[in-house]
Design a protein around this ligand. Structure first.
Ligand code: NDP
Length: 507
């Protein structure tokens, strides 16, 4: 069998270069110094967008607009059903634009077009779910505090939220945060990655069309510094929600501590999947291949660290190699492509350096390793790679590679497998493959992770919370718990009648 399945360049015409501007206080604007960034398609090597390169002034103007919009209650004090109606209209408008948004997402990220279409359509569903949740918000009432006391707990929107997103799932990750913040009644400033600004910029027009009051969402394009840093340090911001690298997440956490802003972080992972001999090995192998190569492995939830029982390790790796050879790598614009390009040349070099370091440390490359040339396209692709003979203390077993690279470790006992899983700085997700329900349950309870999958991988739903423990982050996104992040809790205590004994005793 061929070493891999390649899809050559489709040769189709690419759309005209897109121009993106900020959307601040309901106005599309250029950068205050007219600066621009340029995005070149990772797969095709051509310019796909020019975007405003935001300044600190632009970011501050966006924060001030969000602050005004929050404080005058134009959104926060609307009835929840009115907020929900706007969010539902946004969902419909996203649904109408799936093809246009997916195309630009593909060109900016390098991800396959079929996958991009699925993500944009799925994102619309996140907006719908947030709309539904907006109308379910309730506090508590405490009726048992004594005959003369009634107390209630109110949930109030936290205020102005800065939302900073990465390049791997630009519109999906935005939609894990923004509609839930809006459902809670917050106002927002959004910054997408400089590499993938277009779908976020396109959203501005959709929000306007859906009737969102101006200033409630403000979109600023540009770099982490100065745009992101202004959004995280500005005194008018109440909360920051960030997805990206652990290093930047920690930096944001430090700077936010100065003003005690609330911080929600969704960072990296080195997610283990444990495979027992009694598992359905066909399904397990397929899920491992999916979990490794989906989005070219540029995925915080990548299942890139498998821990296989020693008795089946050799056969299981052989199965993985054979399956990987059938995965279609190549032109992201071909609907049959399953894995596309790597986001930047710098990131490609980082992936390759990790694989080379593993080899130098004594690991074996069972498949792939090295850059991939797709006929008719550039060289910004990486070969599907499987690394075996890995020791638990090697960097490849511990650090996030964020590329199409699978690391294989082995175990002999359940305790050993669990300990290998938990011997990690990260704790985003974990999985187990076994037909024994007791093994699965013991694993689910013992493993340190925000999500546990048993006999599946990367199944997610708008209803289910998402987030990590340890250095994978803090806080939760999506679902009811995701919404709760955007609330402050206020206790209201009411005395019934004049029953309180005075503190000051008359003399
Ligand atoms: P970053 O953490 O640098 O970028 C994520 C977002 O944060 C971008 O919008 C970026 O802006 C912004 N940012 C950067 N610096 C600051 C700052 N000082 N203050 C506020 N915002 C800032 O991730 P990278 O793109 O550099 O990716 C590096 C690694 O991060 C990957 O290899 C991967 O391991 C991990 N990662 C994890 C993700 C996840 O889903 N958890 C997603 C992406 C990356 P800009 O880049 O536009 O300048």
């Amino acid at each position: 069998m061929a070493e891999m399945t390649l899809i050559s360049a489709t040769g189709g015409a690419l759309p005209a270069v897109r121009v993106n501007r900020h959307w601040i206080d309901g106005q599309m604007t250029a950068a205050s110094d007219n600066g621009l960034t340029e995005r070149v398609s990772p797969a095709h090597g051509v310019v796909v967008s020019h975007s405003a390169r935001g300044t600190a002034e632009d970011a501050a103007a966006a924060v001030q607009a969000a602050r005004r919009a929050f404080d005058d209650g134009r959104w926060s004090r609307l009835a929840a059903r009115e907020r929900a109606a706007v969010l539902l209209r946004v969902a419909d408008l996203i649904g109408d634009q799936v093809n246009e948004m997916a195309l630009i997402e593909t060109l900016e990220t390098g991800k396959p077009i079929s996958q991009a279409r699925g993500e944009i359509a799925g994102a619309a569903d996140l907006w719908r779910h947030a709309a539904a949740l907006a109308r379910t918000v309730e506090g508590d009432s405490l009726n048992g505090l004594g005959p003369d006391i009634l107390a209630t707990v109110l949930k109030e929107p936290i205020g102005v939220v800065s939302i900073i997103t990465p390049w791997n799932f630009p519109f999906w990750i935005l939609s894990q945060k923004l509609p839930f913040a809006l459902a809670a009644g917050c106002t927002c400033v959004v910054k997408p990655s400089e590499f993938t600004p277009s779908t976020t910029a396109m959203l501005g027009a959709l929000l306007e069309k859906a009737g969102l009051p101006q200033g409630v969402v403000n979109i600023v394009l540009g770099h982490g510094h100065p745009v992101g840093s202004t959004m995280t340090t500005h005194p008018m911001v109440d909360m920051i929600t960030f997805t990206g690298s652990t290093a930047v997440g920690k930096l944001i956490s430090h700077t936010a501590a100065d003003r005690l802003k609330k911080v929600a972080l969704e960072l990296g992972g080195k997610n283990p999947q444990v495979i027992f001999p009694d598992a359905d090995l066909d399904s397990a192998a397929d899920a491992v291949v999916f979990g490794t190569y989906f989005n070219a492995g540029q995925c915080c939830n990548a299942g890139s660290r498998i821990i296989v029982h020693a008795d089946i390790a050799q056969d299981f790796v052989a199965r993985l190699v054979a399956l990987t050879q059938q995965v279609t790598f190549g032109d992201p614009l071909d609907p049959a492509t399953q894995v596309g390009a790597i986001v930047t040349p710098e990131h490609l070099a980082r992936i390759d350096a990790s694989v080379q370091a593993a080899q130098a440390a004594g690991a074996r490359i069972a498949l792939g390793g090295g850059l991939l040339q797709v006929p008719g396209l550039g060289q910004q692709f990486y070969r599907p790679t499987i690394v075996t003979d890995v020791a638990p203390d090697m960097a490849i077993a511990r650090d996030e590679v964020f590329g199409p690279v699978l690391t294989v470790l082995t175990f002999e006992t359940f305790e050993q497998a669990l300990s290998l899983c938990n011997d990690a700085e990260y704790g985003l997700s974990a999985g187990i493959w076994s037909s024994d329900v007791h093994t699965c349950l013991a694993f689910a309870r013992g493993v340190q992770a925000g999500t546990v999958w048993t006999n599946t991988w990367m199944d997610g739903f708008p209803e289910l919370a998402f987030g990590g423990v340890k250095q994978s982050g803090q806080g939760r996104e999506i679902g009811r718990y995701g919404l709760e992040e955007f609330f402050e809790i206020k206790s209201v205590v009411m005395r019934i009648g004049r029953t309180r004994t005075n503190w000051v005793r008359p003399r």
